[in-house]
Design a protein around this ligand. Structure first.
Ligand SMILES: C[S@@+](CC[C@H](N)C(=O)[O-])C[C@H]1O[C@@H](n2cnc3c(N)ncnc32)[C@H](O)[C@@H]1O
Length: 174
């Protein structure tokens, strides 16, 4: 296993996948994605992608696949292992290019899941654009990456928006 990555089991008793989320977070995402058309920002090796794709209608998975060695070929191999390659559209690109294109094309999703670049400017851009694509948003690393929570608290204050925290996953209902 690569340093800094945990193993999750997207299927109980099934093979493991390296992931940046916990098993409990993967289980929560899987339930939230059930039957939905999902847009994911940040796939890496596919832990969250596969957890969601096993029950989702479709997952569009955006990741530039430049920061983590072997993330794209490993993701593609993992999708095949779990038999979800037909339900996942892999987009090798940055959310900063791809979200505006999806918005311009009038695309809508049932759920946008964001676990990409955690620097303040990037989180701000993703969080401002995501509401044009779905009314249900989930952000990872609320409370674990220091720049994520202040931006989400400012854009989506608890007094106005429905919010739930599961591990480091913040769900926002618009
Ligand atoms: C923490 S990992 C994602 C972990 C994954 N969700 C999982 O469950 O294992 C973050 C990923 O975000 C990707 N990333 C970084 N900046 C991005 C951006 N602007 N748009 C899309 N993905 C980005 C990185 O390449 C990396 O693969």
């Amino acid at each position: 296993m690569r340093e800094g990555w945990a193993h999750i089991h997207p299927l109980p008793g099934g093979p493991p996948v390296e992931a940046g989320i916990s098993q409990e977070e993967a289980d929560y995402l899987q339930e939230m994605a059930r039957g939905k058309r999902v847009l994911e920002v940040g796939s890496a090796f596919g832990g969250s992608t596969i957890a969601m794709a096993l029950h989702a209608a479709e997952v569009v998975a955006i990741d530039p696949h430049q920061a983590i060695p072997e993330s794209l070929p490993t993701l593609l191999a993992n999708l095949r292992v779990f038999g979800v390659e037909d339900r996942v559209r892999v987009v090798a690109g940055s959310s900063h290019d791809q979200l505006p294109l999806l918005i311009q094309a009038g695309e809508r999703f049932d759920l946008v899941y964001i676990d990409g670049d955690h620097a303040a400017a990037a989180v701000l851009q993703d969080a401002k654009e995501a509401p044009y694509l779905a009314n249900l948003l989930i952000f990872h690393d609320y409370g674990s990456e220091p720049e994520v929570a202040p931006i989400l608290d400012q854009l989506f204050p608890a007094a106005i928006f429905g919010r739930e925290l599961h591990g480091y996953l913040l769900t926002i209902r618009l």
